[in-house]
Write a protein that binds this ligand. Structure first.
Ligand code: IFM
Length: 677
């Protein structure tokens, strides 16, 4: 008997008889809403759950035995919660509420018995729960039907109401999907670019931006593979993560920035850990034993508050909202001050904690968690951050007309520039710092870890390095640290010559801080090369590490092809190129900044927007649609001679400007900008 035929024109098999299809939807419930409890306290979390069937849904009750409590009453802070997995648009034919019954013994998600042989309406009581529902649809030839599976945490009445909204699911689902798409397009629309490189476009327009939203919301504070559930936000991580979304949602970024400013102690230092229950004005600090005991953080970290400078500056220059500097915000412990004063105190904090060479003292650690130079140790990375803080603060002081302070900052900038240069330049590289015993770390003669990435890129970002130093040290980076998967954090890895605080030695060589390719640093590298006008190098560093550019070696990288990971295993690992710790990584924001400010050259300052792209010579033309201070910019960049950087001409709405700079007062609501390189 013939049931159909092959349609040559449309290249498809056309079935001519009705077909019955069984559709099965499946979702797993956690036992407990606190996933740590769920993982490690099974003697409790397994025995509070059960599932039941309610016509069109499997309901999981957590603490279901408390259903006799009068409203508003709790036992040990607990009440019944209900999650559901429901079906709308077709009657349920069979269900299952027990994960083990659904999968079947010695089976996996690839061949669940509940799909292969059908479900037998089992429920769970003290087992791992799931929601599985099937329906049988009979379709005439050419007919299509849509049903919706819904997952939620709602009590019966609301769950019913929600499910009933999807009875005619095709239309509702299409509407919701398009609303969701619109919502995301809105969040991503403040910067959209079209360059000749599809991986760059995909990362910058969508996936890197999405990754930045994730880190912005969660910082690095909730992950199965990143510390589990932490008890608060890391200061430096969170302040850095804000940078990734400032160009997209500046006001949302400002809210978080305010929050982080209120986590600054009145001595200017940042609280290493900002509790989820943070109560500005009333917090203990690392000077109090209670804080140390509660958070596990024994001391201030030298770099925490210094991250405020680039982040606040990015917000001010992106928005032009310099009134932000005058907003008064509380300190974490007591007192309050303007944002400008908060920044002054951050500088003072570093000045109050200088080490024996007169550089900011390491305190507990710098950006590198595995580098303990000691309380009196001195990190060149922090010294450069401090120098950059002075440079930024001077720009702000000049903007505010704070002449005496500006003069003091000028003098300090000179002093620290000279000091860092004298102490940290080692002929062809900047060293990594000094331990409190006075050992120099990262010098050319060291047997291990004699070249470090971050001091080289930060010497450029901070504007400390002179041109010759920048060229020389960045060349060293390329020659010694770069690999097809990105640049290693240092080389050679620690093994037999680690000093006392070189905690990186605990890791296998080529892994994490022990000469892994620490992807966050790749963002600074992209930025540094772009600031030097080296478009080819900046882009090479982008491509090496960009998820979207790894599809032809996905089996090596392993991580999802759309999100950044914390690190990639380096040359010293047998799994060179394999990446780890996805989503919650500072890489998202540093690479975003490296691409936006670096490669695309969109560099706002207090008066307007500088346009200084640093791109591969093969990019002959590209466009950028950007919202800037409420105005729309349609920027076309032409690069007929295939340059990596440099300025030939700029036209704003047809008028020629003399520099690659758009003063904000010249901008209209909509602007056509042509930049010729
Ligand atoms: O800077 C740190 C960060 O705070 C936590 N993850 C690792 C980074 C580098 O050590």
């Amino acid at each position: 008997m013939k049931y159909g035929y092959f349609d040559d024109k449309n290249r498809e098999y056309v079935i001519e008889r009705p077909r019955s299809l069984t559709l099965t939807g499946y979702a797993e419930f956690t036992n407990h809403s606190n996933y740590e409890q769920d993982q490690v306290n099974l003697q409790y979390s397994l025995f509070i759950g059960r599932t039941l069937f309610a016509g069109n849904r499997v309901v999981q009750q957590v603490h279901g035995n408390l259903d006799a409590l009068p409203p508003e009453e709790q036992v040990d802070g607990k009440i019944v919660t209900e999650r559901f997995f429901g079906l709308s648009g077709a009657p349920v034919a069979a269900y299952c509420g027990d994960k083990a019954s659904f999968l079947g013994g010695y089976r996996s998600y690839g061949n669940p018995i509940g799909v292969e042989r059908g479900m037998e309406n089992e429920l769970s009581y003290n087992e791992n729960a799931c929601g599985a529902l099937s329906c049988v649809l009979t379709l005439e030839p050419g007919e299509s039907r849509t049903v919706a599976f819904l997952l939620g945490e709602k009590y019966a009445e609301e769950a019913e109401a929600l499910l009933s909204q999807y009875e005619n699911s095709a239309e509702t689902v299409a509407q919701e999907l398009s609303a969701l798409k619109e919502d995301w397009e809105g969040r991503l629309s403040a910067l959209q670019v079209q360059t000749p490189d599809p991986a760059f476009n995909s990362m910058l327009n969508t996936w890197n931006a999405y990754n930045c939203y994730m880190t912005f919301i969660w910082s690095r504070a909730a992950s199965f593979i990143y510390c589990g559930l932490r008890n608060g936000y890391g200061y430096r991580d969170t302040v850095q993560d804000i940078q990734g979304v400032i160009h997209l949602v500046p006001e949302m970024a400002a809210e978080k920035l305010r929050f982080m400013l209120t986590a600054q102690v009145d001595n200017g230092g940042g609280l290493p850990l900002v509790k989820f229950t943070h109560n500005p004005g009333h917090e203990d600090t690392p000077d109090d034993a209670s804080y140390v005991q509660e958070t596990g953080h024994p001391a201030y970290r030298a770099d925490d508050a210094l991250w405020l400078f680039p982040t606040v500056y990015k917000y001010l220059t992106e928005t032009g909202n310099t009134a932000f500097l005058d907003e008064v915000l509380p300190f974490a412990n007591h007192g309050e001050a303007s944002v400008y004063e908060h920044l002054k105190r951050a500088i003072q904090f570093s000045l109050d904690h200088l080490g024996p060479h007169g550089l900011p003292a390491g305190l507990y650690a710098d950006w590198n968690d595995c580098l303990r130079l000691g309380v009196q140790g001195e990190s060149s990375f922090v010294a450069m951050q401090f120098y950059y803080a002075l440079v930024i603060q001077k720009r702000l002081a000049d903007w505010k007309g704070d002449a005496d302070y500006s003069a003091a900052l000028s003098a300090q900038t000179e002093t620290y520039s000279r000091r860092i240069q004298q102490l940290c330049w080692d002929g062809d590289r900047f060293i990594r710092g000094f331990t409190e015993k006075g050992e120099r770390i990262g010098a050319a003669a060291d047997p291990e870890a004699n070249l470090w990435l971050n001091p080289q890129s930060w010497s450029v970002i901070s504007t400390l390095a002179d041109h010759a130093q920048a060229e020389r040290s960045m060349e060293q980076v390329h020659a010694r640290l770069n690999t097809p998967y990105g640049a290693e954090l240092m080389d050679p890895p620690y093994h037999a010559h680690a000093f006392d605080g070189a905690l990186a030695v605990i890791y296998n060589p080529g892994v994490k801080e022990n000469a892994g390719i620490f992807s966050q640093s790749q963002g600074w590298l992209i930025l540094a090369e772009a600031l030097l006008g080296h478009g080819e190098r900046a882009f090479e560093y982008f491509l090496e590490n960009a998820p979207a550019a790894q599809n032809d070696r996905a089996e090596v990288r392993v991580l999802e092809p759309y999100c950044y990971g914390q690190f990639t295993e380096g040359r010293n690992s047998p799994h060179f190129g394999r990446s780890h710790v996805h989503w919650l990584t500072g890489t998202a924001s540093t690479v975003m900044v490296g691409c936006v400010e670096g490669i695309l050259g969109l560099r706002p300052d207090l008066g307007g927007l500088r346009l200084e792209p640093a791109v591969p010579g093969s990019w002959k033309e590209f466009t950028m649609d950007k919202c800037f201070r409420g105005k729309k910019l349609h920027i076309r960049v032409e690069n007929p001679e295939g340059r990596q950087s440099g300025f030939h001409g700029l036209w704003l709405n047809g008028e020629a400007l003399s520099a690659p700079y758009l003063p904000s007062e010249l901008l209209k609501e909509e602007n056509e900008v042509l930049l010729r390189m």
